[in-house]
Ligand binder design. Structure first.
Ligand code: NI
Length: 197
């Protein structure tokens, strides 16, 4: 189902499309107008829903593509800024074994947050929107966003990563807040990103 309607619906938990593996994008597809339109739709869907990242399967397109962008964001007011990055056929390498726990949310599970432990420093290799190979090093919250979005491409949702003993702290944002849980995504490891040569 490859619809590119202007108002892309965000697929929500329970939709089987979210659980499927997405396919690599063939290089020749990148220059096509249909692909450019899809990137526009994906960007729009992320911005309209105040995401700091979005993966193609979240709008029902099973392509290995995700976006990251952090600007003034009401869902994550403490998140540091990041310009729009388009990552096509991304691969991720961990640069540390050190993990930290931060509460994550997802546009596909509106109103919920859960504690997920992830590594704090990664390298991402991907094609950009122009088909150029890019490598990035991400730390802290930026590494987390990339790992969360990469998981979407394999049909994995963040609560799949929550350890059984931590599941009691997975819940509705307003309830967690009322119980004094620290929901800041900008925790121990500072947010840093570098475009590698
Ligand atoms: Ni998500």
């Amino acid at each position: 189902m490859e619809t590119h309607s202007k108002e892309a619906m965000i697929r929500k938990l329970g939709d089987p499309e979210l659980r499927k593996r997405s396919e690599e994008v063939p290089l020749e597809e990148l220059s096509k107008q249909e692909f450019k339109d899809f990137l526009k739709t994906l960007t729009q869907a992320m911005r309209e829903n105040h995401g700091i990242g979005i993966a193609a399967p979240q709008i029902g397109i099973k392509k290995r593509v995700f976006l990251m962008e952090v600007d003034q964001n009401p869902r994550y007011p403490d998140a540091p800024k990041l310009p729009l990055l388009t990552l096509i056929n991304p691969t991720i390498t961990s640069l540390t074994e050190e993990k930290e726990e931060v509460f994550e949310g997802c546009l596909s599970l509106p109103g919920m947050r859960g504690p997920v432990k992830r590594v704090t420093k990664i390298k991402v290799d991907a094609l950009d929107a122009e088909g150029q190979k890019q490598s990035y090093e991400f730390q802290g919250p930026f590494a987390r966003i990339a790992l969360h979005e990469q998981d979407h491409l394999d049909g994995i949702l963040y609560f799949d990563r929550i350890a059984p003993e931590d599941l009691p702290r997975f819940g509705f944002l307003e309830v967690l807040q009322a119980n004094g849980v620290d929901l800041s995504i900008n925790r121990a490891t500072p947010a840093e990103w570098t475009k590698l040569p």
